[in-house]
Design a protein around this ligand. Structure first.
Ligand SMILES: Cc1cc2nc3c(=O)[nH]c(=O)nc-3n(C[C@H](O)[C@H](O)[C@H](O)COP(=O)(O)O)c2cc1C
Length: 408
């Protein structure tokens, strides 16, 4: 019987042994015999230190002589296709699922073989809790995704075999049997009677062992937050398309942040219209007290109102509340900026409205090749104004100071 080992001696795990195990494990079943996986071997102490926070700094990450990160990998197959006049179509969720299955089967086979060799190991599910840090540290390209980490070494402990549910709890015949309060009592009785589990319940001040799991170990709040980061990482790695290709309708009034920035002598301002905390439109131009926009320095937000005019045209007004509580409206934002800025602003706002990820919007804006100095300043100002919202949670946004000047 096997058991997870979390403490290792300092004896090295040789490259030769590792390769033998990988070679044997690679004969596990794999979709279309494509081997939709890769494994990254980490031995370097500095690299382990960098990866540790992704695994909530569990001590075996830095203590184990070897760390293995198993990745779902459709990159290699896609590159193969691209180099062989074949059209790959693997930038989708199904392909992620297939590659993740392949990677986990390879990982499990490796684990069986390693344990049979006398090695000790621990599977770290934290890999999918904080994937972005792992992706960045290991420089995983698009169409790859970390799905499992194994800490590996020669055992320095002999843990006891842990309990399992009775077979009848997990095996169903012909159809899924379902559970009743009585069968749940029966299946979980042994687990709940174990002294270590009773102790868990007691020291955590809970009534049942299940509550230790739901309220402490795997809470809804943490699961929901980590689902968001998982989905975001899958999107960045190219396995999920942009979320809303449908345009969200613009309310008549949008919350708006003011971002000021300076270039040489000119003071610039960006009005960033926000829908559910995400930039929806952006208008930018030179702050000019005589001809253009004049806003008191203390004003850092307000709202942008869209007015439908009689002739089918639209006008955008900025409204803020002054220190004395009066609403002040600056009418016709569109009239006050250089028409060239206004036209570009329309294009960028169009992209924002259709939900393109902010990083991509910023990359697109930054890649624009424009002739005049002014336009290049405009581009970098807009990119900087939007960067503030990348990965910003609601709390981050509240703490952001949009009136700070941006140094070029
Ligand atoms: C998906 C998954 C995630 C896991 N994550 C962790 C982890 O982050 N830290 C850890 O110490 N063990 C982790 N484990 C190991 C389990 O705690 C262990 O397998 C379980 O308690 C049963 O113990 P045993 O392997 O000794 O039989 C994980 C196992 C799996 C399959």
């Amino acid at each position: 019987m096997r058991a997870t080992v979390r403490k290792y001696t300092s004896a090295p795990v040789s490259e030769e042994l590792l390769n033998t195990l990988f070679e044997q494990a690679s004969h596990t079943q794999t979709m279309g015999n494509l081997q939709l996986y890769s494994v990254i071997v980490t031995r370097d102490e500095e690299m382990k230190e960098k990866l540790a926070p992704a695994h909530f700094c569990q001590p075996m990450v830095t203590q184990a002589p070897v760390l293995l990160t198993f990745c779902a990998d459709f990159r290699r197959t896609t590159d193969w296709a691209l180099n062989r006049q074949a059209n790959p179509g693997y930038d989708n969720l199904l392909s992620y699922q297939n590659a993740a299955t392949d990677a986990l089967l390879f990982c499990q086979r490796f684990c069986d073989l390693a344990e049979a060799e006398g090695l000790g190991l621990c599977f770290l599910g934290t890999t999918v809790y904080n994937p972005q840090l792992i992706i960045d540290t290991l420089r995983l390209p698009q169409l790859t995704f970390p799905v499992a980490t194994i800490t590996l070494g020669w055992p320095a402990e002999s843990p006891k075999v842990s309990d399992r549910l009775p077979l009848e709890a997990i095996v169903h015949h012909e159809i899924y049997a379902g559970y009743t309060p009585d069968s749940i009592d029966k299946f979980y009785a042994y687990k709940e009677s174990l002294p270590e589990n009773r102790n868990f319940v007691e020291i955590n001040g809970k009534d049942t062992l299940a509550q230790v799991f739901t309220d402490i170990r795997y809470t809804a709040e943490a699961n929901e937050a980590m689902s968001v980061t998982l989905e975001e990482a899958l999107r960045r790695q190219g396995f999920i398309a942009c979320p809303d290709v449908k345009k969200t309708p613009r309310p008549e009034s949008l919350e708006c942040d003011i971002v000021r920035f300076q270039n040489k002598k000119d003071r610039w301002v960006a009005f960033v219209g926000l829908l559910n905390g995400r930039p929806y439109e952006i208008f930018t131009g030179i702050l000019d007290d005589d001809e253009g926009i004049m806003i008191p320095k203390s004003v850092s937000n307000g709202c942008i109102l869209r007015r439908e005019l009689k002739d089918g045209m639209r006008r955008y007004d900025f409204q803020f509340t002054n220190k004395r509580g009066y609403k002040i409206t600056i009418e016709g934002l569109s009239e006050r900026f250089n028409p060239e800025y206004w036209n570009y602003a329309k294009l960028i706002s169009g992209i924002l409205r259709y939900g393109m990820p902010l990083e991509n919007v910023i990359a697109l804006i930054s890649s624009l090749q424009l002739d005049s100095d002014n336009m290049n300043t405009w581009v970098s100002g807009v990119a900087k104004a939007l960067k503030r919202y990348v990965n910003a949670t609601g709390a981050d946004q509240e703490n952001m100071h949009h009136t700070d000047e941006i140094d070029d």
